[in-house]
Design a protein around this ligand. Sequence first.
Ligand code: OAD
Length: 234
Amino acid sequence: MSDIRSIVVLTGAGISAESGIATFRGPGGLWEGHRVEDVCTPEALAHDPDLVHRFYDLRRAALTIAQPNAAHRALARLDAAWPGELLIVTQNVDDLHERAGAKRLLHMHGELRSALCARCGARQSWQGDLPPGTACPTCAAPALRPDIVFFGEMPYDMDRIETALASCDLFVSIGTSGAVYPAAGFVRTARWNGAQTIELNLDPSDGSIHFHESRMGPASTLVPEWVDSVLADV
Ligand code: OAD
């Protein structure tokens, strides 16, 4: 590990599974009983805003019960102690990484505890329900929506992520199925640029063959072990 200076960590729903937050591609391929097209597309929001807003209201409410687990805490420990470059990129819209203490963090798919104005683009911290037609505090348009990157929309912070992937020495993917791009392509970008690549997941992901190393098991066990091994050389 002594030649590692810059680390990019990608996390997905699997890291929050042991905190009681359902993964997306569970048995039956439904998200808490809904088809993806019905709750996570711009078309769904336009066609049935009540359903889409209610769906994310329930997910937001569930965050008041969920607590960070040992994997979130281990990454926060890495963030605090790692002297080199670090970027934790999460596809998760929960706030468990930051509640565990992570700072060098990007939410590429948006955040449940944020609202986005569909008119002016302002984003603001949001707690509680967000009914359709809520007025934007910035521009007053009745256009606030969940700040979630829907299918077909551009993920956040791609420039910063691409820059970090181009220069990292180690890329680690945790608890993601590798089914959704662009995140699913990060391992190839990092590897092409010379990084070592490790996957920590319960099952082999769709992109498993692209990693130098895959470790299979629950995130609450694998992530603390991996963080300990990285910090042992600091
Ligand atoms: P998925 O539900 O597709 O995959 C979750 C992965 O976590 C699977 O590979 C599981 O094997 C693994 N897993 C489950 N429990 C685990 C545990 N305890 N420890 C470690 N791994 C575990 O979730 P994502 O890959 O995050 O986007 O899904 C990517 C995106 O799909 C989401 O961000 C979401 C959805 O479209 C948006 O909402 C915009």
